[in-house]
Design a protein around this ligand. Sequence first.
Ligand SMILES: [Zn+2]
Length: 247
Amino acid sequence: MRQWLRRRRERRIIQGSDLGQPEWAGLCHSQRVLHRLSNKERERLRQLVILFLHDKQIVAMEGLELNRYMRWVIAAQACLPILNLGLDWYRGWQTIMVYPNAFEARHEYMDEAGVVHEERGLQAGEAWDQGPVVLAWEEVRHSSSLVIHEFAHKLDARNGVANGMPPLHPEMDRSEWTRVFAWAWKDFVARVDAGEAVPIDPYAAEAPAEFFAVLSETFFEAPGQIRYFYPDVYEQLRQFYRQDLLV
Ligand SMILES: [Zn+2]
């Protein structure tokens, strides 16, 4: 019964949306990362985007003029990773803040001696474990990497803190995930330290959480590169996202 009510409510929201077929077709055309989707998948993504925008609040910061097209772009990139997972994976938080350009981020961290330090710096995006996602439009309009990266952190943080392992599906094996990712991260850090040119953003070497987020971007944008360098990681991501990008 509840399921039925929910579907009825969702249908009403979808029917009332201004994101119609012509607008959606234009948007899919403009987003390279969506080109590989079949017509059926595109339609499912359109519906997900409408429901996502109904649930979440996208807030313009520092005078940014945020039009509906910009909201659709952000939502389309954000929903691509959950196309086969469902909107519940983004449950429990509300807000996406969008700055025109890179914004000043402040972070406190405690060192080994227990002293709290403050770090400041310009950032294009960030995802709070239990809070908002923050994005710089200037970066979003050029590439889908940033949005996929930050939303991968949100998926990762669903089981507490973002640490490189999101909650896995029942059919997946935690120890296999840990083994595969730990080995690949170590290998990647060694390659970056050795100055080797690997076509994966070296920022992935920062921490296991960044490795997961960067490899998630790469999974959707250049899956062949992950399969070439880290086929076992590709397989884990394929199982997690329930999308096979190389068929
Ligand atoms: Zn990150």
